[in-house]
Write a protein that binds this ligand. Structure first.
Ligand code: F6R
Length: 608
C-alpha cells in the first residue's frame, strides 16, 4: 500500500502534491517523491524517510510547473531508500511513473527489458513500468500506457506523466484504488479521497480495469480496451476527520473493512497456475524442507494467535512437530532449538523487542529464521534468512485486525510452499488449497456483509463485565484472538480456552447470562464442542455460537448464532475472525471507549 497523487491545473503542482501526500501518509511513509513538468523537462525530487524530508528539500529548492505526480511509499520490493523511492523514470528522463501495488511479472519484464539494453536504477517492481511506457511511446501517452499495462500483470494503480506532453497525466486502476477530483480548471488524482477533499468535493471513482486521461480540460475515462465510460460524479459530504478514516468513525473499523483488499495484496503474484506457490523472498537450501524436524513459532499478542493457527495448519499439512512459544518466555528459556529446525517469527511491526530477542536466540542456536512481517526493512526482516511480507499496509488502530488476517493468509502460503517441497502435500491437495485461498477476499467480503447482525448482538453484550470464548483446534486459536480483541478495546474481562477445559475449573465463573462465544467450524470436533456449549447452557449462560451458514443443527443448541460463509475447515479462521473483530468493535463503541488508542497500550512494543 502506497499513496499516489497527480495534479494538472493553473497552480504550482509541487506544493499541492506534497499536501495531498501528507494526507495519504497513513498508506506508507518510508520515502516520498514528486515529478513536476516545468514545461520543458521533468524535474524529480525524492527522499528516503518521512515526507517532511521531501518538503524541506522542496522548500530549499522549489520546482515550478503546473502538472506533476507524487508518491508516498510503503516498501514491498526493495528496501526504503532514495533510489527505490518513486517517481521512477525511463532512462531518457522523459517519462515518470508512480505506482501503488505489485507487478507480479516484474522479474520476467526486467529480464526482457534488460536483454534489450535497459539499465535499472532501483530494486523496485515499479521501475519496469517507466521503461515499458517509454518503449511503447510514439507520441501519445494514453496509448503508450495502455500498451504498457497490457504487458504487466498484478494488482496496482499507476500514474504516468511525460515531458513530451506537458500538462497531460494518464492513470490506470488495476484493483488498487484511484480517484479523480474535478476542480475549477484543475484536476486531481489520488489513491484516496481524503488527499483531495479540501480541494474539491466532486469525485469520480475510477473502477477496476479503467484508464483515465487527465488534462486541464478535465478527465476522460475509458476501459483499458478503449471504450468510453460515463461516470456520475460523487458529491462527498464527509468532514475531514471522517474522510481520513474512509467515512468510518474509527481506523479500526476502516481496517476491518480493508481486509478483502489486504488479502488480495497478500496473495498477489504468489499463487501460480494449478498448485504452485511463489514466495519471492523464501529461499530454503535444497533438501531443507524434507529434512526439517521441528518448526518453532514465536511471537506476542495477536501475532502469537496467528501462530496458533499456523501450528494447526503446519502440523496437519506438513506432518512436522510445531512448537508455539511466547517470545518473552522463549527468550529466557533454554529451548531445545537445534540446527535443522525452522523458526518462524511473526510480527506486524517487525520491531517488537521480545520477538526480536527470541529470533536472535533461535539464530544463535543454528535454526533457520523466517520472518512473517508487515514492515519492509524492519529489524526483524533484516535479521531473518527468509521473509514473508504480509502486505497489509500500515495499520493505525492499536488493535490489530488486517495485519492478523494477512498473517493467516501468509501462513497458508508458507504451508503450501513447505508442503510441496517436503513432499507432504500432493498436487491435488495443494490445488484444492490454492483454489480455497483464491476465494478468501470474497469470503471476507461476505462475512463483512453481516455487520448489522453483529452490531445488534453487541448491544446485548455491552452491559456485561465478563465473557468467555471457547473452541477446539483452529477454533480455539480463533477464540483466543476474538477474546483479546474484546479485552483490549471494550475492557470487558474476557478469557479464551479450549472448549474441553472449561469444566476443569473456569465453569465455576459462568453464571446466569454470562456471554460465552462458542466457535464451531471444525467438523471433526463439532459434537464434542456442542457438549461444551450444553454444559454452559445448563448454567444459564448466554450462548453465542459462531457457525457456518449451512449448519442447520446449531440453532437448536445456541441462544444466538453468528453465521459465516462456508469454507474448507482448514480456512475457517479467516471468515471466523471477522464477526469477532466486529463484535469487539461494537461492544467498545457501545461502551464509549477510545477504540483506536485503548488505554495502557501501544501499537509497537519496543521495550521488554
Ligand atoms: C493486539 C496487538 C498486539 C500485537 C503485539 C505484537 O491487537 O496488536 O497484541 O499483536 O504487540 O506486535 P507485533 O505484531 O508488531 O510484533
Amino acid at each position: 500500500m502506497c499513496g499516489i497523487m497527480g495534479y494538472v491545473g493553473p497552480r504550482d503542482a509541487a506544493p499541492i502534491l506534497v499536501d495531498g501526500l501528507r494526507r495519504l501518509e497513513y498508506r506508507g511513509y518510508d520515502s516520498a517523491g514528486v515529478a513536476v513538468c516545468d514545461g520543458r523537462s521533468l524535474v524529480v525530487r525524492k527522499a528516503e524517510g518521512k515526507l517532511s524530508r521531501l518538503a524541506d528539500m522542496l522548500d530549499a529548492d522549489p520546482i515550478g510547473g503546473s502538472a506533476g505526480i507524487g508518491h508516498t511509499r510503503w516498501a514491498t520490493h526493495g528496501a526504503p531508500s532514495d533510489h527505490n523511492a518513486h517517481p521512477h523514470t525511463d532512462p531518457s528522463g522523459e517519462i515518470a511513473v508512480v505506482h501503488n501495488g505489485i507487478i507480479e511479472n516484474f522479474i520476467a519484464l526486467k529480464e526482457e527489458l534488460g536483454a534489450a539494453g535497459a539499465v535499472f536504477a532501483s530494486e523496485t517492481d515499479s521501475e519496469v513500468l517507466a521503461h515499458l511506457v517509454a518503449q511503447e511511446y510514439d507520441g501519445d501517452l494514453l496509448e503508450a500506457t495502455r500498451r504498457a499495462v497490457a504487458r504487466a500483470k498484478g494488482a496496482y494503480a499507476l500514474v504516468v506523466t511525460s515531458s513530451r506532453e506537458p500538462g497531460r497525466i494518464v492513470a490506470v486502476r488495476m484493483i488498487s484504488p484511484l480517484v479523480v477530483g474535478l476542480g475549477d480548471g484543475e484536476v486531481f488524482l489520488a489513491s484516496d479521497i481524503p488527499a483531495i477533499l479540501h480541494r474539491t468535493r466532486d469525485i469520480m471513482v475510477v473502477d477496476n480495469g479503467e484508464i483515465v486521461d487527465v488534462t486541464v480540460d478535465g478527465a476522460r475515462l475509458q476501459t483499458i480496451d478503449g471504450r468510453a465510460v460515463e461516470r456520475d460524479l460523487l458529491q462527498i459530504t464527509w468532514d475531514a476527520a471522517q474522510a481520513e478514516r474512509g467515512g468510518h468513525p474509527h481506523f479500526m473499523l476502516k481496517e476491518i473493512h480493508e481486509q478483502p483488499q489486504a488479502v488480495t495484496e497478500t496473495l498477489t503474484g504468489r499463487l501460480l497456475d494449478g498448485d504452485e506457490v511463489l514466495l519471492e523472498e523464501v529461499h530454503f537450501p535444497p533438501g531443507f524442507a524434507r529434512s526439517l524436524d521441528r518448526i518453532w513459532i514465536t511471537a506476542c499478542g495477536t501475532a502469537l494467535h496467528a501462530g496458533l493457527v499456523a501450528k494447526e495448519v503446519f502440523e496437519g499439512l506438513l506432518r512436522v512437530p510445531v512448537e508455539v512459544a511466547y517470545a518473552h518466555e522463549l527468550r529466557y528459556r533454554d529451548p531445545l532449538i537445534t540446527p535443522g529446525s525452522l523458526t518462524v517469527a511473526i510480527s506486524q511491526s517487525g520491531e517488537t523487542a521480545d520477538t526480536l530477542a527470541a529470533a536472535y536466540l533461535a539464530k544463535e542456536r543454528g535454526s533457520r529464521l523466517l520472518a512473517v512481517t508487515n514492515v519492509v526493512g524492519s529489524t526483524l526482516s533484516r535479521t531473518a534468512d527468509d521473509l514473508l511480507y504480509t502486505r497489509a499496509g500500515p495499520e493505525i488502530a492499536v488493535a490489530s485486525t488486517k495485519a492478523y488476517m494477512t498473517m493467516l493468509v501468509g501462513e497458508y502460503l508458507l504451508a503450501l510452499a513447505l508442503g510441496r517441497e517436503r513432499g507432504a502435500l500432493d498436487s491435488a491437495a495443494a490445488a484444492h488449497l490454492v483454489a480455497g485461498l483464491r476465494t478468501l477476499p470474497r469470503v471476507i467480503e461476505e462475512a463483512l456483509g453481516r455487520e448489522d447482525e453483529v452490531r445488534v448482538l453487541a448491544e446485548g453484550f455491552a452491559g456485561h463485565e465478563d465473557a468467555y470464548f471457547i473452541g477446539r483446534g483452529l477454533d480455539y486459536a480463533v477464540a483466543m484472538e476474538g477474546s483479546l480483541k474484546m479485552k483490549e478495546i471494550s475492557y470487558l474481562h474476557s478469557e479464551a480456552m479450549p472448549a474441553g477445559e472449561l469444566k476443569h475449573g473456569t465453569l465455576a465463573l459462568v453464571t446466569e447470562g454470562t456471554p460465552v462465544v462458542v466457535v464451531l467450524t471444525q467438523t471433526a470436533t463439532y459434537d464434542k464442542t456442542i457438549s461444551a456449549l450444553q454444559e454452559v447452557k445448563a448454567r444459564h449462560a448466554l450462548t453465542i455460537a459462531l457457525a457456518y451458514d449451512d449448519d442447520t443443527e446449531i440453532a437448536k443448541h445456541a441462544d444466538r448464532v453468528i453465521r459465516i460463509p462456508r469454507v474448507p475447515d482448514l480456512l475457517a479462521p479467516v471468515p471466523s475472525i471477522v464477526p469477532l473483530q466486529l463484535l469487539a468493535y461494537y461492544v467498545a463503541a457501545a461502551r464509549g471507549h477510545d477504540i483506536d488508542q485503548p488505554r495502557n497500550l501501544a501499537k509497537s512494543v519496543t521495550v521488554e
